[in-house]
Structure formats: structure tokens, C-alpha cells
Design a protein around this ligand. Sequence first.
Ligand code: HEC
Ligand code: HEC
Ligand code: HEC
Ligand code: HEC
Ligand code: HEC
Ligand code: HEC
Ligand code: HEC
Ligand code: HEC
Ligand code: HEC
Ligand code: HEC
Length: 307
Amino acid sequence: MLSMRFVVALFLGLAACGAAAQEGARSLGTSTEIKSCLNCHDDPKVTGVLHTAHSVKGDERTKAGSEGCQSCHGESQAHMTKPAEGQLRAAPEVVFSGAHASPVAQRTQACLGCHEGSARTHWQGSQHASADVTCANCHSSHVVQDPVLTATTQAPVCFTCHAEQRAAVLKPSHHPVTEGQMSCSDCHNPHGSVGPHLLVGNTVNETCYGCHDEKRGPMLWEHPPVQEDCSLCHTPHGSVQASLLKQRTPYLCQNCHESSLHNSQPLSGASLPSGSSPSRMAVLRGCLNCHSQVHGSNHPSGIRFER
Ligand code: HEC
Ligand code: HEC
Ligand code: HEC
Ligand code: HEC
Ligand code: HEC
Ligand code: HEC
Ligand code: HEC
Ligand code: HEC
Ligand code: HEC
Ligand code: HEC
């Protein structure tokens, strides 16, 4: 019975591709609506959507059984109507890409209508929303596996706009993002957040503690910048210095600690009294050789972070 209806709709669609198809679509209801779009759009690049989370007929929320394509592209009756002689076909109500793309707000609302809340609670006013970035700039709705949802394929989507981070993750020290073991969205919520820089945590540190909890403390002897902001010493995306450091020692330390401290004297033998050796503190100018517990120490005599 139902398949008969499909055949009729298909026939009407192919034969008239206009008012008649529209009529058929309305009176037959359910997934005939999808059929009427598919009459003209049978390119696999388009029909891929039928194999995604948006086309699960058993899931009422997708409206796959009732609205299908229209749940995102809008009613689009005018589009399905045969254009008058010499006229161009009217565009669907919501076009997501290309020269006829709808206004950004309309494209976003087409998705937010079903996806407001949860991870997108802070979408409005977020850096992306304010910069007129829309859902479909990151999401591909017509492919079976949306690349931005998978760790190995997510970053290239971000890199289409964020070239600086693309360069950073190629540096010798980096989080294993290009290796596919981690993704940008482990640290960022691209939909908006209460923290700075779209971070998943309320602060930089809360974000880092998510995986590096051992740095959280409390410690017996704390190093104030560590509790304050990891990014005083580290850069999150990539560095030519080991351990994602912003600078190498001693310069890193000397941003805050006077360079006239014990060990920062240059190894200039000439200025030393004859017979004496340079300060042992100056060896390799490697502050970390001695102050190895730079994140803080729990050792009773670790006040100088040496143990
Ligand atoms: C009668 C044939 C026909 C039907 C039915 C039809 N389309 Fe189209 N559609 C076309 C043609 C032809 C184009 C290309 C128009 C152009 O390039 O100007 C097109 C283009 C589009 C585009 C791209 C628009 C753009 O300007 O980039 C979208 C999106 C689209 N259709 C969605 C739909 C949806 C959703 C439905 C069902 C609600 C549908 N179409 C039903 C014929 C049809
Ligand atoms: C979940 C929302 C959603 C649904 C459902 C949906 N589309 Fe789309 N459609 C999009 C988005 C977003 C784009 C922009 C390109 C992309 O993301 O792949 C698009 C692009 C298109 C295009 C233009 C292709 C191009 O890039 O030139 C056509 C045609 C189209 N859709 C037709 C359809 C048809 C027909 C259906 C039903 C079978 C449908 N869409 C269902 C969201 C949707
Ligand atoms: C009619 C409601 C509706 C509309 C409109 C809609 N979605 Fe969805 N979407 C859903 C439902 C329902 C799911 C399945 C959610 C689940 O399984 O928890 C879903 C799932 C998703 C997923 C997860 C897919 C996966 O494979 O896990 C993404 C991403 C998504 N939608 C993005 C979009 C984007 C982008 C748009 C606009 C172009 C859009 N949605 C429009 C209802 C909708
Ligand atoms: C800047 C890129 C980007 C934009 C813009 C974007 N998303 Fe996403 N979206 C992602 C990423 C990345 C994920 C995977 C998140 C994860 O793995 O935690 C995701 C996941 C999702 C999911 C599935 C997981 C969930 O949270 O339910 C849905 C649904 C979704 N996005 C909808 C939307 C909608 C609706 C919009 C527009 C209001 C949008 N997205 C805008 C990148 C983006
Ligand atoms: C380990 C956590 C982490 C990962 C993974 C991560 N980021 Fe970030 N990102 C941050 C932090 C923290 C900041 C805040 C700025 C800072 O401290 O340099 C930031 C800032 C940004 C900024 C703002 C500009 C700037 O550098 O200040 C952009 C854009 C950005 N990240 C994009 C990305 C992209 C794209 C990816 C994936 C390739 C990514 N991030 C992966 C933590 C991360
Ligand atoms: C279509 C282009 C586009 C895509 C794709 C995109 N972004 Fe953005 N992003 C922007 C723009 C524009 C801004 C706001 C201006 C700025 O700060 O650079 C922004 C801002 C950000 C910020 C906040 C910067 C700050 O200093 O507060 C982060 C973090 C970020 N994007 C991460 C991502 C991640 C992660 C992805 C991939 C999941 C992504 N973006 C995909 C265009 C994009
Ligand atoms: C989602 C988990 C996760 C988050 C969140 C995270 N990291 Fe990492 N971090 C890792 C992983 C995984 C590695 C690699 C460990 C390895 O290679 O053994 C790593 C390595 C590092 C390294 C050593 C890099 C090297 O080259 O040796 C530093 C430093 C670091 N993270 C700092 C940070 C900072 C700062 C933040 C917050 C901005 C942060 N991490 C957030 C998972 C995370
Ligand atoms: C005062 C500068 C400074 C601050 C602030 C700082 N770190 Fe570090 N971090 C370093 C140095 C220096 C190294 C290299 C240690 C070495 O080579 O022995 C390092 C190494 C690391 C490593 C890799 C080696 C290890 O110990 O696991 C991780 C992970 C790390 N830091 C995470 C963090 C996190 C998370 C924060 C914020 C809570 C933070 N760091 C704050 C200076 C700092
Ligand atoms: C962002 C500033 C900052 C950076 C960078 C920094 N420190 Fe500190 N450090 C501090 C502050 C603030 C204190 C606490 C000073 C106090 O209590 O008088 C401190 C305390 C110390 C102490 C204990 C001093 C004492 O008086 O007990 C040592 C040792 C130390 N830092 C070593 C280092 C080393 C090694 C580095 C480089 C890897 C470094 N610091 C980088 C700000 C910094
Ligand atoms: C050979 C071991 C050694 C090296 C290398 C070393 N320190 Fe120290 N540092 C010490 C010892 C021991 C003390 C405590 C005795 C003292 O006050 O002189 C100390 C004390 C400090 C203090 C506490 C302030 C003070 O004067 O008491 C700071 C800050 C400090 N070092 C920073 C650094 C920085 C920055 C570097 C690298 C430029 C560095 N140290 C390299 C062994 C070392």
C-alpha cells in the first residue's frame, strides 16, 4: 500500500516536477515528503543524509518520518514549484552553503531549533556566534560520518579558519592532536563556554586539571604561578621548547626571578678570582637541575622545589 503511494509520488514528481508533486507530497504525508525532494536530488552526496542520525525514522525527534529534508531546509514549497518560463527556480527556504546561502541567523536557527541547550547553552554571544560562524561551517550534515565529530578528522575542520594553531601543532612539542589521540574539543567547547577562549573549564587551570590532576595540589610548598595560570609558562598548542614551554630556562624563570640570582651570572672565568670556579648554580644555566619540582613540592624540605 505504502510503496504504491511512493510510486505514485515518484511518478508525479518525475512527470511534473512542480505543482502536482507538491500536491502529492501534501496529501500523502509522512516520508513522501523526503521522496518529493529526492525526486530531483538523487546525488549520493545529498542522499548521504538518509544514513545519518537525522534520518532515524524510529526517533521522533529527528522528524525523519514527517518532515525529512524540510526539518532543516524549511517548507520550500516555492522551490518545488516549476519556475515560470524564463525564471530561475526559487531557492529552498534555508540554503546552508554556496552563493544563495541564507542569512547566518536563519541557518543557525534551523539547527538550534532542535539543538538548543546542553552543550550549546552558551552559544549565543560566544566567540563563534559573534563572528557569524554558523553550525554548518563545522558540521557536514550530508555525510555519513561528520568529520568534526571524530578526533582524527576534527582538527583539519578547525584549521580551515585557524591557521595559527595548524602551525603550532606541527612543532616538536605538542599535545597529541595530529596523532588523533586528542582533539581540540577536549579543551574547547566550540559551541560556547563560560570560561575564557571557549575553554571547557571555567579557567585555563580547570581545563588542564581535567587530565593533569596531579598538578592541582594542594602542595605543601606551592609555586604561585602554577596555581595561578599554567599558561604563564606553557603554551597549549605547540612549542619548539620541550614540555610545551613558552621559553627555555633560565629565561622562562627570569621573567619573574631576578637574573642577578645566584646562578644567572655568566660563566665568565675572567671575572672570577683566580683559583675559584664558577658558581655551581650556573651549571648549564639549567634551573631545573636543582629546582626539579617546579610545580610545587610535598617534601618537608622542598621549600625551594629541589625535591
Ligand atoms: C522539481 C525538482 C526539485 C525538487 C522537488 C526539489 N529540488 Fe532542490 N533543487 C532543484 C534544482 C534544479 C536545483 C538547482 C537550482 C540551481 O542551481 O539554481 C536545486 C537546488 C537545491 C538546493 C541548493 C540551493 C542553492 O541555491 O544552492 C537545495 C539546498 C535544495 N535544492 C533542497 C531541496 C529540498 C530540501 C527539497 C525538498 C523540500 C528540494 N530541493 C526539492 C530541483 C528540485
Ligand atoms: C540535519 C539538517 C539537514 C537535513 C535533514 C537535510 N539537509 Fe541538505 N543540507 C544541510 C546542510 C547543513 C547543507 C550544507 C552542506 C553540508 O553540510 O553538507 C546542506 C546542503 C544541501 C544541498 C546542497 C548541496 C551542495 O553542497 O551543493 C542540497 C541539494 C540539499 N542539502 C538537499 C537536501 C535534501 C534533498 C534533503 C533530504 C533528503 C536534505 N538536504 C536534508 C542540512 C540538512
Ligand atoms: C528536527 C530536529 C533536528 C534538526 C532541525 C537538526 N537536528 Fe541534529 N539531531 C537531531 C536528533 C534527534 C539527533 C540525534 C541525537 C541523539 O541521538 O541524541 C541529532 C544529531 C545531531 C548530531 C550528532 C550526530 C551524530 O552522528 O552523533 C549533530 C552533529 C547534529 N545533529 C547537528 C545538526 C546540525 C548542524 C543541524 C542543522 C544543519 C541539525 N543538527 C538540525 C535533531 C535535529
Ligand atoms: C566551530 C565548530 C563548530 C560549530 C560552529 C558548531 N559545532 Fe557542533 N560540534 C563541534 C564539535 C567539535 C563537536 C564534537 C564535540 C565533542 O566531541 O565534545 C560538536 C558536536 C555537536 C553535536 C553532537 C554532540 C552534542 O553536543 O550533542 C551537536 C548536536 C552539535 N554539535 C550541534 C551544533 C549546532 C546546532 C551548532 C550551531 C548552533 C553547532 N553544533 C556549531 C563543532 C562545532
Ligand atoms: C590542551 C588543551 C588545548 C587543546 C588540545 C587545544 N587548545 Fe586551543 N587553547 C587552549 C588554551 C589554554 C587557550 C588560551 C590561550 C593560551 O593560553 O594561549 C587556547 C586558545 C585557543 C585559541 C585562541 C587564540 C589563542 O591562541 O590564544 C584558538 C583559536 C584555539 N585555541 C584553537 C584551537 C584549535 C583549533 C585546536 C585544535 C587543533 C586547539 N585549540 C586545541 C587550550 C587548548
Ligand atoms: C568558519 C571559520 C571557523 C571554523 C571552521 C572554526 N573557527 Fe574558531 N573562530 C573563528 C572566528 C572568526 C573566531 C573569532 C575571532 C577569533 O578570535 O579568531 C573564532 C574563535 C575561536 C576561539 C576563541 C578565540 C579566543 O581568543 O577567544 C576558539 C578557542 C576557537 N575558535 C576554536 C575553534 C575550534 C576548536 C574549531 C574546530 C572545532 C574552530 N574554532 C573552527 C572561526 C572559525
Ligand atoms: C584531554 C586531556 C588533556 C588536557 C585537558 C590537557 N592535557 Fe596536557 N597532555 C595530555 C596528553 C595525552 C599529553 C601527552 C602525554 C604523553 O605524551 O605522555 C599531554 C602532555 C602535556 C605536556 C607535556 C608535553 C611534552 O611535550 O612533553 C604539558 C606541558 C601539558 N600537557 C600541559 C597541559 C596544559 C598546560 C593544559 C591546559 C591548558 C593541558 N595540558 C591540558 C592530555 C591533556
Ligand atoms: C613556573 C612555570 C610553570 C608553570 C606555571 C607550570 N609549569 Fe608545567 N612545567 C614547567 C617546566 C619548567 C616543565 C619541564 C619540567 C622538566 O623538564 O623537568 C614543566 C612540565 C610540565 C609537564 C610535563 C612533565 C610533567 O611534569 O608531567 C606537564 C604535564 C605540565 N608541566 C603541566 C602543567 C600544568 C597542568 C600547569 C598548571 C596547573 C603547569 N604545568 C604550570 C613549568 C611550569
Ligand atoms: C610568572 C612568574 C614566575 C615564573 C615564570 C617562575 N616563578 Fe618561581 N616563583 C614565583 C613567585 C611569585 C614565587 C613566590 C615568591 C615568594 O614567595 O617570595 C616563586 C617562588 C620560587 C621558588 C621558591 C623561592 C622561595 O623564596 O622560596 C623557586 C625555587 C622558584 N620560584 C623557582 C622557579 C624556577 C626554577 C622557575 C623557572 C622554571 C620559576 N620559578 C618561574 C613566580 C614565578
Ligand atoms: C646547582 C643548583 C641550583 C641551580 C642550577 C639553581 N638553583 Fe636556585 N637555588 C638553589 C639552592 C640550593 C637555593 C637555596 C639556597 C640559596 O638561597 O641560595 C636556591 C634558591 C633559589 C631561589 C630562592 C630565592 C633565594 O635567593 O633564596 C630562587 C627564586 C631560585 N633559586 C631560582 C633559581 C633559578 C631561576 C635558577 C635558574 C636560572 C636556579 N635557581 C638555578 C640551587 C640551584
